[in-house]
Every structure is written in C-alpha cells, then in structure tokens.
Design a protein around this ligand. Structure first.
Ligand SMILES: [Zn+2]
Length: 205
C-alpha cells in the first residue's frame, strides 16, 4: 500500500490526468508495460482498422497476465484539432477529441486494467509523451534493472515515437516491443517501424 500511495503522489506531482488502480496491490516485478493509445478511434473509430481490431484480444491477455507496473497513454486533441494543429492540417481526420467516446481506451482493455494495480494514464497532445518518461522514472524503486515493454497503436507513429523517447531517457534499460500487440498504419510501415526500433537496440519480441 505504501508504494501505491507513493505512486499516486507522483501522479499528482506530474499533473497526469487520471490514475486507476485495482483492488489488489501485488508484488511489483521489475518491469513496466506501456499501453500506447489503445483508444476506440484507433481501433474501430475515426482511424480504426482491421489490423488494430485484431490485436485487441492479445493486448487484453497481456494486461491480464502482467505482473508489474502498467501505464497507458491517450492521444488527446481539442475540438479545434483540424484548424489549430499541424497534425490536423497534415492528417485532417478529427480523432481522439478529449472527452469523446473515440478518445476513451477501448472497453475490453479498460476492463482488464481495472483488475491491475499501478495503472497510470497520461494524455498527450501529439505522438510522443513528454510526461511518460517522468512517470516511469518516478515508479518506486525504478532503476536500470526494469524492463520497459511497449504495445499498442500505431506501430509507425506513436509506438515508435514513445519507444525512441524512452530509449533516449533510459539508455541502460532493456526496452522491448511486442509486435503481436501492435498494429501500424499499414503492414509495411509496421514492419519498417519495428526495424527502426531494432536499430536503436529495442528488442522486438
Ligand atoms: Zn492524434
């Protein structure tokens, strides 16, 4: 319980939007699972795809079986996304508008998270999260022995952005990505992003 209190305090310090925790607080293994943008709009919403829908069961099983810390990111835009952001000009598809159904993490993943301890959520206005490294670094007991694993959407945009950011912040931590729990904007870009991560000493499982 002490660790949970510490984490909740840390969440407050870094201004994270919300924090969920499950009913049980187990012994945390030295590893962190990062769920990247498992949101409705990237699965079956505005930017959804069959490939994204196909990984959801595997991500749910990953979360259910995870013995360690879990954090999640949410792509988060304001209603003026199309006019006010460069992303909106280059990708003119409104998505992940804060508070909307498309912005929410998909129901099955949300349900899986409810049973886990230490599930923090960071909202990010663009591909990579500036707060994510701070959140991970502030996990009680975090050191270079922690393995960081990333899963989620999309491999070639937000997964690779956050993976490379974490590689920069934590040069001595093992970082892994599970390709069976990721989907890209197309199969070729998914594969290319995995190759880029491999080049930066991120282990593709
Ligand atoms: Zn976006």
């Amino acid at each position: 319980m002490k660790k949970l209190v510490l984490l909740l305090a840390m969440v407050s310090v870094f201004g994270l939007v919300s924090c969920k925790q499950g009913a049980s607080v187990g012994t945390a293994a030295p590893k962190v699972l990062v769920l990247v943008d498992m949101q409705n709009d990237f699965i079956d919403g505005a930017l959804g795809s069959e490939a994204a829908q196909a990984i959801v069961p595997a991500v749910v099983e990953k979360v259910k079986g995870w013995d360690g810390y879990i954090v999640a990111t949410r792509d988060t835009h304001n209603p003026d996304y199309l006019d006010a952001t460069l992303e909106g000009k280059l990708l003119p598809v409104a998505h992940c508008i804060k508070g909307g159904e498309g912005w929410e993490i998909c129901p099955s993943v949300t349900a899986a998270l409810e049973g886990k301890a230490y599930a923090g959520v960071v909202d990010k206005p663009t591909f990579g999260s500036l707060e994510l490294p701070q959140l991970i670094a502030s996990i009680p007991g975090f050191d270079e022995s922690f393995v960081i694993e990333l899963v989620g959407l999309d491999t070639d945009i937000c997964v690779v952005s956050n993976a490379l950011s974490l590689r920069m912040h934590f040069p001595n931590n093992p970082i892994e990505v599970d390709p069976a729990c990721c989907a890209g904007t197309c199969p070729e870009r998914h594969a290319a992003a995995l190759e880029t991560m491999k080049s930066c000493q991120i282990t593709v499982k």
